[in-house]
Design a protein around this ligand. Structure first.
Ligand code: HEC
Length: 106
């Protein structure tokens, strides 16, 4: 009986761990989905071609991106596109996307 209980405990721990992993995977997918919406203009994986008028996002420092997105959102940084687009993102989404791009190679 003691053996069975410990087996059960092991199984339950395993289950909890795999559901945490599934949660992580879903979060990653969600953030990559958000980041993919930037690819149309900022290039695949946030990398634009050399000489492009649109800046690359890959490797952009997280704090810099957050500051710029907030400035677009509240209109302190004038823009042609980003002032509209940034309004569609919550602060939490902006922070996630900024973390994602900061981790990408330039
Ligand atoms: C429809 C095209 C388009 C899309 C989609 C787009 N951007 Fe932009 N982005 C621009 C343009 C154009 C600029 C230059 C500023 C302006 O005129 O809006 C810019 C500028 C920026 C800047 C400022 C860069 C710097 O060097 O200061 C950041 C940060 C940025 N975009 C982040 C994002 C993020 C994050 C996404 C996705 C959530 C995104 N953009 C999606 C067109 C786009």
């Amino acid at each position: 009986m003691r053996f069975r209980l410990s087996l059960l405990a092991t199984l339950l721990t395993g289950l909890a761990a795999s559901s945490a992993m599934a949660q992580d995977a879903a979060t990653t997918l969600h953030i990559r989905g958000l980041a993919a919406t930037c690819a149309n203009c900022h290039g695949t994986d946030g990398r634009t071609k050399e000489g492009s008028a649109i800046p690359s996002l890959a490797g952009m420092p997280r704090d810099y991106m957050i500051t710029q997105m907030k400035a677009f959102k509240d209109g302190t940084r004038p823009a042609t596109v980003m002032h509209q687009l940034s309004k569609g993102f919550t602060d939490a989404q902006i922070a996630s996307v900024a973390t994602y791009f900061a981790a990408q190679k330039r």
